[in-house]
Ligand binder design. Structure first.
Ligand SMILES: [Zn+2]
Ligand SMILES: [Zn+2]
Length: 357
């Protein structure tokens, strides 16, 4: 990164061209000495009137999925063996790590480098959570950061909670997502044979990881009923996994403090962090997306993905782990934060995250 200390922008001169990227995506995007773009991003938020063509296939699939998972929730409390409950929980954890440590921190933001055994492991885990191939996930996520909260952001929060949670999957993409997406650099993904293999064979690998094995293992290994195996370990677990991940786009863009930048919607949300293994420190993450921890506080307790990456680093599978210096955090927090930062803010509030770091 080459910081430019001369970029002290003011609110007036900043906003004229909303077609510019509105958010930092990688460390290399930063153009100020405290981790920001040299343009002010707060005014880029917009949601122009747009006739949204419905995608009926997805509407039906997600309706059926949620109904099936409700039945799975009923079976969980009435007719499921403890071994199956534990198995579903483990599958939840593994699938979530495939998203957080894999698709998000490794492939979307390149916040650390990983040798092939780690990439293969994460690509396998990624199939368990069925959120599309790593390639498509990263493409959407890079658009989310680069054009954050504009019409080119696939789950643009400016269109409301429901849209940013699941609504964006029920309608065709806004034309700006496609138009601006053409300029997105995905060459690093094309150069990764594991990502491209997973992408090419996704619709063979994903059903195995998300539905077939989670159903067969409890049924065959400890004589669970086929209904509980399928509706609890596959459908219920998958649906909760989906909704918790979507909460990063909805809840963590709506509720929580903004100690690093009050000019954006992403917020510090500990519940979302707990459920997604560390992705709820979203104000921090949108300000410093290249930090492999996606958080300043919280340690391993509220970021199990960080624990996994550190374990990888210990055995030599991960290296070049990127973080942010305390000086940069301090500078940015004092300039654009909402005053709730645990160390630098004037409106200090008791923080669970800081206490358990
Ligand atoms: Zn976000
Ligand atoms: Zn991100």
């Amino acid at each position: 990164m080459t910081p430019n200390p001369n970029q002290n922008f003011t609110h007036e001169e900043e906003v004229e061209d909303w077609t510019k990227p509105s958010g930092v995506l990688f460390e290399s995007d930063v153009t100020t000495d405290d981790g920001a773009l040299s343009t002010y991003t707060g005014e880029f938020k917009q949601a122009q009137a747009w006739k949204r063509p419905l995608v009926w296939g997805n509407i039906i699939i997600f309706t059926v999925t949620h109904l099936a998972s409700l039945y799975g929730g009923y079976l969980l409390f009435t007719d499921t063996k403890p071994a199956t409950m534990l198995f579903a929980f483990v599958m939840y954890c593994l699938g979530m790590l495939g998203i957080t440590a894999g698709a998000h921190r490794l492939w979307s933001h390149r916040s650390f480098k990983a040798k092939w055994p780690a990439r293969l492991f994460l690509a396998i885990l990624n199939c368990i959570s069925f959120q599309d191939s790593i390639y498509y996930w990263v493409r959407d996520h890079r658009m989310h950061h680069k054009y954050s909260e504009t019409d080119a952001d696939p789950h643009n929060t400016s269109r409301g909670f429901f849209y940013s949670h699941i609504g964006w999957l029920l309608v065709r993409k806004h034309p700006d997502v496609t138009i601006k997406g053409k300029g997105l650099d995905l060459s690093d993904l094309h150069a990764d044979p594991i990502v491209m293999f997973q992408h090419k064979y996704y619709y063979y690998l994903m059903p195995l990881g998300c539905f077939i094995l989670p159903t067969l293992i409890p049924w065959l290994c400890w004589n669970e009923t086929l209904a509980s195996s399928y509706f609890v370990a596959a459908m219920f677990r998958w649906c909760v996994q989906l909704n918790m991940t979507w909460m990063v786009n909805s809840s963590a863009h709506a509720w929580g403090g903004k100690p690093y930048d009050k000019g954006m919607n992403p917020s510090q949300n500990s519940f979302v962090s707990l459920m997604t293994f560390g992705e709820g420190w979203h104000n921090y993450h949108h300000v410093f997306p290249w930090d492999y921890r996606t958080a300043e506080w919280g340690g391993y307790t509220l970021s199990h993905a960080t624990l996994l990456i550190d374990l990888f680093a210990k055995i030599g599978w991960a290296y070049d782990l990127k973080t942010v210096t305390p000086e940069m955090i301090k500078k940015r927090s004092q300039r654009t934060g909402d005053g709730t930062h645990e160390l630098y803010g004037e409106k200090v509030v008791p923080s669970v995250a800081k206490k358990i770091m």
